[in-house]
Design a protein. Structure first.
Length: 318
């Protein structure tokens, strides 16, 4: 059985060349690059709340960091440093090794350095604080959407919610659809390159973790505007298309969580710039609607009529 210090040394002490001081002292020391501002975010994954008991440790390592990188992406920040606070029921070497493998594989891909944390015994609880950098005044905030702006979405939505429904035996998927949706749920890919390239282009952005309607609703609230979403335009994967009937599709596309795509707004004159940013970041983007005066999010059907979302039993994004 390892002590707390052996765990830290063995699994979580790695070189952090871009920090002035990494793991091992009371604090890490970092320096904002000249002319840049630091973006700081924390996200926690709790066993039983965010993932089921017995979830694969390597995938948890990935997701714990990925959800934080997604917040940096939504701000247009480049990942730089992170800390990791772990509460573990026991010092399980195989679990720790697998968790660290998933965590550092993703960290290395995005050049983010682990510079500190905390390790304690308790219910399984994984919390990362991530720090990113971006040029002063260029953050993609939630409060910049303007009436007349286009509303965009990266990737596809609904897959993670469908994956969760499959895990919970609420839907049955074919093998390929199941693999696809579980991957989206358990090892999401943060849209970091897209977020950084949208800096000078988008007027507002958010990452979609609670469902498109709820998260676009946050942009609306902070920007004091409304949004219309053309339901038919919501991008869906082939696996999603062939696995859902209309009522389920409506719910998962608008209110499914855990997709970690970016929803963002931009003036219409930026359409070709948005397309170029998406191409450079190698992430598809779809124009899904527009910012309007008023408040709240309205989903429209093909004929342009509002879809009565309350009637099918969910209004948690109001
Ligand atoms: P303190 O008691 O001063 O909080 P700790 O003994 O908790 O210090 O941690 C010792 C060092 O190890 C600190 O630099 C801390 O940031 C780092 N650390 C602790 N847990 C982790 C972890 N899970 N991942 C990375 N670094 C960690
Ligand atoms: Mg401590």
């Amino acid at each position: 059985m390892s002590s707390e210090f052996e765990i830290i040394r063995r699994y979580f002490t790695r070189p952090a060349p871009s920090a002035a001081l990494g793991v091992g002292d009371d604090c890490a020391l970092v320096q904002a690059p000249e002319g840049q501002t630091l973006a700081v975010t924390s996200d926690m994954l709790v066993e039983g709340t965010h993932f089921p008991p017995g979830e694969d440790a390597q995938r948890l390592g990935h997701k714990t960091l990925a959800v934080n990188l997604s917040d940096l992406a939504a701000m247009g920040a480049e990942p730089r440093w992170c800390t990791l606070a772990l509460s573990l029921p026991k010092a399980d070497e195989a679990w720790l090794a697998a968790f660290a493998r998933g965590f550092f594989a993703l960290a290395d891909r995005y050049g983010i350095e682990l510079i500190g944390g905390d390790t304690t015994r308790g219910p399984l609880n994984l919390c990362v604080t991530a720090i990113g950098a971006l040029p002063l005044g260029q953050a993609l905030r939630r409060d910049g959407a303007v009436v007349g702006d286009d509303l965009w979405l990266s990737g596809t939505v609904g897959d993670a919610a469908l994956g969760l429904a499959c895990l919970q035996s609420r839907v049955t998927l074919d093998h390929e659809a199941r693999e696809h949706c579980l991957n989206r749920l358990q090892t999401p890919e943060p849209r970091v390159a897209l977020g950084c390239r949208l800096r000078a282009i988008a007027s507002a952005a958010i990452d979609v973790s609670d469902g498109v309607a709820a998260d676009v609703g946050h942009i609306c609230e902070r920007s004091a505007v409304g949004a219309e979403i053309d339901f038919d335009r919501l991008p869906r994967s082939a696996a999603f298309e062939r696995s859902t009937e209309p009522t389920l599709a409506l719910e998962y596309l608008l209110a499914g969580g855990d997709d970690y795509e970016l929803a963002f707004t931009a003036p219409s004159v930026q359409r070709s710039a948005v397309a170029a940013a998406a191409a450079a970041a190698q992430v598809p983007v779809t124009l899904i609607g527009r910012i309007v005066s008023g408040s709240g999010v309205t989903a429209l059907d093909r004929a342009g009529a509002p879809i009565p979302l309350r009637r099918i039993g969910f209004d948690h994004f109001r």
